[in-house]
Design a binder for this molecule. Sequence first.
Ligand code: SIN
Length: 282
Amino acid sequence: MKIEPLTCALGAEITHLQVSEAITNDDLAAEIKALLLTHKVLFLRDQQLDDTQHAAVARLFGELEDHPLASSVEGEPGIIHIYKTPDNPPDRYENGWHTDATWRENPPMGAVLRCVECPPVGGDTMWANMEWAYERLPEHIKNDIDDLRARHSIEAVFMAAKPIEERLAMKQRFPDPEHPVVRTHPETGHKSLFVNGFTTHFTNYHNPRRVRYGQDWTMGATDLLRYLTSQAAIPEYQVRWRWTPDAIAIWDNRCTQHYAVMDYPACHRKMHRATIVGDRPF
Ligand code: SIN
């Protein structure tokens, strides 16, 4: 196989490989896992994968989980549909910078996304390296946020347009977890910035070190969260992938964010995502 980095920040394309070979080849599986730790997102085109093989490739990294709101492929509950059709035109969910499902106590370790059908142009996906986003913060900000914690919620995003009973029931099922603002990768030990579109507020900002008057809390905390959340949008931290049918992306959800660009007119864009269970962030 050949490995070609796509940007200085993250992402590498692997060619001359059918990733399904790794299902029965432990050495190859170990090599791909190591490449994922190095590059954070791996891209491959022209992969001959059905849903069962797709799930098996994802299971090389861990068990799979479903999504409380997305439908799943029949017989493979760990593979969800992310479909945009002319009747269900591009909408508002995946086109915001996010780390998948940080509203879970244990957000996913990663995912394997497969393109089934895509528009001829448009509908790219972008990823951002959140280790760089942390490392390159001004020193005084790094010092300020090292002990900070934040709450993440499914409520204000996926549930906002639902009836209140449904919204509250979902909140009971996934009570907004608290995560560190600076996360340590469980395998590499690298620190990354861990706030995203699901983060609602800091939980331990309001202390005498930061807050003299109430105003310091409301504005200080809001401005800091907005500043930190905006870091994923810095182009130097990003890679952008143009989809073709049968292309896949494998990403490490512990140190990246992603954004599905919805710049295409009403048409079919069909993606299958296998989501891999993760650890509790620390
Ligand atoms: C996602 O946000 O996981 C989906 C990305 C995409 O559809 O490109």
